[in-house]
Design a protein around this ligand. Structure first.
Ligand code: MN
Length: 457
């Protein structure tokens, strides 16, 4: 395995930044995720930072302050690649450079480090920062790796044969849209699109009335591959820089009318929200799990199979979805959890996604993004979308303040969170991916049409 345990994973490490040592904090010194930030409300350049406790270490400032003056050549190449406003240059350097920089940062941030004197000037509290999408994303592909999600959704449409025959052989995916990917805190406008109700002969253009979230893990590609040169399964993880949270906003009514024969289009192209921090695959080494398939399922074809996929291809990452309605905000109530799941339920490993994606010769490039697909677990309460939680809109979710939801309402914020923990290791968190749904923008639709659509909710 490329990603091995080393001193950066030691649970005993503490940082001179006190907030990083607080139990349960997302960003202890064992995590060190990367993001792109600037002081909130400023016109400063966006720049690369590392989350440490409640602070951000500004890598450009830290480099200028001389914190890396004694670094070796590999570490220097990595920190010098962090002077821009996106992670792509660092990503292109590959795993050895990523690991060298992680080790250097871990040592600089430990409580015994003499660098704390110079580095204090390179910190910004996270609550004084604003974030942007941390890499230039060339292409975005969304997969469908939860067999529980595929089965539950399939049941709603095909009760007799919920799972299509290709599912256990092919990591199913489609090529998505990059321009509408935003980071946590974004506002999402309810999309317009063609909606056709079963009682009518013709569709209407209307705002979606069945607006949903999808709880997903984002997989960020670091180094790419040349066109025509597939990535072998045992090299696939060396291509992955890290993981983030991803909400694949989905308009179910638009989707059900348009998705055949070529897949989702307007139902998915209006917004995708990712968390601002990319947790490196290196940071996640302690939380690997075996990938096991139920008795009787076919083994993956040889190009997707490897001993390491079986023994440690999975990732034990806890996932949750919270809702914060406008009323909760007005009343000062905390967001309420509506689902809890785990990435270990994924039917396909992250390495298998890379290898399958490139099996045709397709080239991946630094900064490319994969969505894992909705990560529903085996239990109904572990469903990663409202489509599943509300049984296709037939059974509303009742929130503790008495509000009901079948799909997302205008004013609702949807918050995704994730963390990994294991006895003998630190708990590392992903922060959150939050977005608030706004009314449809630029709607030229008469109110009556919208009311009619609303009536079917
Ligand atoms: Mn999706």
């Amino acid at each position: 395995m490329i990603h091995k345990l080393n001193e950066t994973h030691d649970v005993r490490l503490r940082s001179w930044i006190e907030s990083a040592n607080a139990p349960g904090h997302d960003f202890p010194i064992q995590n060190l995720p990367y993001g792109v930030f600037r002081r909130r409300g400023s016109i400063e350049d966006f720049r690369i930072g590392v989350a440490i406790g409640a602070q951000i270490l500004d890598l450009r400032k830290a480099y200028a302050a001389g914190a890396f003056d004694d670094a070796d050549v590999l570490t220097l190449s990595a920190i010098e690649a962090c002077r821009g406003a996106s992670l792509n240059a660092l990503m292109e350097l590959g795993t050895e450079a990523w690991q060298a920089l992680r080790l250097a940062l871990s040592r600089l941030l430990r409580d015994s480090s003499p660098a704390q004197v110079t580095l204090r000037q390179s910190l910004l509290p996270q609550d004084e920062a604003e974030f942007t999408v941390p890499m230039q994303i060339g292409d975005y592909t969304d997969f469908y790796t939860s067999i529980h999600h595929a089965t539950a959704v399939g049941k709603l449409f095909r009760p007799d044969a919920p799972l299509l025959p290709n599912y256990k052989w092919v990591p199913i995916g489609y090529h998505g849209r990059v321009s509408s990917i935003g980071t946590s805190g974004m506002a999402v406008h309810r999309p317009m699109g063609q909606i056709k109700s079963p009682e009518r002969d013709a569709p209407v253009l209307a705002p979606s009335a069945r607006l949903d979230f999808e709880l997903e893990i984002g997989i960020v590609i670091g180094s790419g591959n040349a066109l025509g040169e597939p990535v072998a399964i045992d090299a696939a993880e060396s291509k992955i820089f890290g993981l983030c949270l991803l909400n694949d906003w989905s308009a179910r009514d638009i989707q059900s009318w348009e998705y055949q024969p070529l897949g989702p289009f307007l139902s998915k192209n209006f917004a995708t929200t990712i968390s601002p921090w990319i947790v490196t695959l290196d940071a996640l080494t302690p939380y690997r799990t075996p990938m096991t398939r139920p008795e009787g399922d076919p083994a993956p074809l040889a190009y997707l199979d490897a001993p390491e996929v079986r023994t440690c291809g999975g990732l034990d990452i806890d996932l949750e979805v919270l809702i914060e309605t406008a009323r909760m905000r007005e009343e000062g109530a905390s967001p309420e959890r509506i689902s809890r799941s785990n990435f270990r339920h994924s039917y396909w490993s992250v390495a298998q996604l890379v290898t399958h994606h490139t099996a045709s010769g397709c080239n991946l490039r630094a900064g490319d993004l994969f969505g894992s697909g909705t990560q529903s677990g085996p239990q109904p309460s572990e469903a990663g979308s409202l489509l599943e939680l509300s049984l296709g809109g037939r059974k509303p979710l009742v929130l503790s303040n008495g509000e009901h939801r079948t799909f997302v309402d205008d004013g609702d914020a949807i918050v995704l969170r994730a963390w990994a923990e294991k006895a003998g290791f630190a708990r590392v968190g992903f922060g959150e991916a939050r977005a608030t749904l706004m009314a449809a923008a630029g709607s030229a639709v008469p109110a009556a049409t919208q009311a009619e659509t609303e009536g079917k909710r």
